[in-house]
Design a protein. Structure first.
Length: 367
C-alpha cells in the first residue's frame, strides 16, 4: 500500500457562526485562486503557502507561522479559543480492494440528534473513548480505527469505516424518526437569492425505510459532503426516490421582472402551478418536509419546515443533491457557452465580455 505525500499538513474545523466572517477576513492577506472543487469556498495563497476552505467548514493549510498567526488574531478578536490543528494526510490507495471499500462504505454519515445520542451512549460502553478536540463532540477507537462525531452531527473516520459501519447502521435503523409515517414528501428549493442562477424547486417522494437506507449510504446536504462528489449520490438516490423538478433561469426572470415584488410574485405563481400539476399524496400518514420559503403553498398537518440556516435533517440530503446537480449542470453548460467560469468572485468577467448585455441577461439575476 503506497501513500502519496500530501501537500497540506494540517486542518481544523471552523464553527458555522464564524465561517463567513473568517472567509471575508482571510481574503485580505493573500492571492485568491479559482476553487479547485465545487465544495471549496476559498482557495488562497498567503506567504507562499496555500489555505483551502470548504463549505463544510473544514480548513486545510500548509504549515506556515504567518498563516497560523493570522488565524490566531482572528480568533482572539472574536474572543474564541484558538483552533487545534490536526495533521492532515491525503491517502491514495492503489489496491483494488481498498478502492472497492471506499465505494461501498461512505466516509461520513449525517445523523439526527437522537441517533447521535444513541450512538455515543452505545460506544461509551462498547468502545474506547478518546479525548475529542475542539469542534468535535466525541472520539472513539476500535481495532485501530478512529471514529469522530463532529458538531455538525456528521460521523466520520480518518482510518477506515469497516468496524463502525455496522454499528452505525443498527443505531440509525433502531432510531428511525419516520416510523409513524407511510410516505415522505420533500419540497425544497435553491437559488432564490443567488446572483448567479438558476432557481430550482424539487418535490421528492420516498418511503421512511428507504430514507434510512439513503442516510446509511452517506447521502447528506451538499454543504457537508466530504470525500465524495455530490454527483456520485444521484444514482443511489434514484434507486429509492421519485422526484419532479422545475427550473427558472435568469433569462426567464430578466425578460419579465422589473423589481423584487414582481420577482417574488413570479416565483409564487410558478411554484403554485408546479405543485398543482402534480399528484400530491397527502394524508395523515404523510410527512411533509418543506423549505420555509415554500411553506405557504401547502397546508398540511404533519409538516416540518426547514430554513436556509438550519438544514439539520439528514433527509434534506436528498433534495439538496438533486437541486445542486441540476444547478451545476446548468452552470457547466453556461461556462462552455461563454467560456467564463461562473463563480461569485468572477461576476466581473461577464461585465467585461464583448457580449456582456446578452450574457448578463441570460446568466445573472438583475437587482
Amino acid at each position: 500500500m503506497k501513500k502519496n505525500k500530501s501537500k497540506f499538513k494540517s486542518c481544523f474545523l471552523l464553527p458555522k457562526m464564524i465561517k463567513d466572517d473568517f472567509c471575508e477576513y482571510i481574503q485580505k492577506f493573500g492571492k485568491i485562486n479559482p476553487p479547485s472543487s465545487e465544495y471549496q469556498i476559498l482557495n488562497i495563497d498567503i506567504n507562499n503557502s496555500s489555505i483551502l476552505i470548504y463549505q463544510s467548514g473544514i480548513v486545510i493549510l500548509e504549515k506556515n507561522p504567518k498563516i497560523e498567526e493570522i488565524i490566531n488574531i482572528f480568533y482572539n478578536r472574536h474572543k474564541l479559543q484558538q483552533p487545534e490543528f490536526e495533521t492532515y494526510i491525503e491517502k491514495n490507495y492503489n489496491e483494488k480492494t481498498n478502492i472497492q471499500n471506499q465505494i461501498n462504505i461512505p466516509k461520513g454519515i449525517w445523523l439526527t440528534e437522537l441517533q447521535i445520542s444513541a450512538l455515543i451512549e452505545y460506544l461509551n460502553t462498547n468502545s474506547k473513548s478518546i479525548q475529542p478536540i475542539r469542534n468535535e463532540r466525541a472520539r472513539f477507537e476500535q481495532n485501530d480505527q478512529v471514529l469522530i462525531v463532529n458538531k455538525n452531527n456528521v460521523v466520520y473516520t480518518t482510518t477506515g469505516f469497516d468496524d463502525y459501519h455496522n454499528i452505525i447502521s443498527k443505531v440509525v435503523k433502531n432510531n428511525n424518526p419516520y416510523l409513524d409515517f407511510d410516505n415522505i414528501l420533500i419540497f425544497d428549493e435553491i437559488g432564490r437569492w443567488d446572483k448567479i442562477g438558476p432557481y430550482i424547486v424539487s418535490l421528492s417522494q420516498i418511503s421512511p425505510n428507504n430514507a434510512i437506507e439513503l442516510q446509511i449510504k452517506g447521502v447528506k446536504d451538499h454543504s457537508i459532503t466530504r470525500n465524495k462528489s455530490v454527483q456520485d449520490f444521484l444514482p443511489i438516490i434514484e434507486n429509492y426516490v421519485t422526484y419532479e423538478t422545475k427550473i427558472v433561469t435568469p433569462y426567464d426572470i430578466n425578460s419579465q421582472i422589473k423589481n423584487k415584488t414582481d420577482y417574488l410574485t413570479y416565483l409564487n405563481d410558478s411554484n403554485n402551478h408546479f405543485i398543482s400539476s402534480l399528484k400530491l399524496s397527502l394524508n395523515k400518514k404523510t410527512l411533509l418536509i418543506i423549505d420555509s420559503e415554500l411553506s405557504h403553498l401547502i397546508d398540511h398537518t404533519n409538516t416540518i419546515k426547514i430554513s436556509k440556516k438550519y438544514r439539520d435533517l439528514p433527509i434534506i440530503g436528498i433534495s439538496s443533491t438533486i437541486n445542486h446537480i441540476i444547478s451545476n449542470k446548468w452552470k457547466n453548460n453556461v461556462e462552455k457557452q461563454s467560456n467564463i467560469k461562473l463563480t461569485k468572485d468572477n461576476i466581473a468577467a461577464l461585465f467585461k465580455h464583448k457580449e456582456q448585455k446578452q450574457l448578463i441577461k441570460e446568466f445573472l439575476f438583475n437587482d
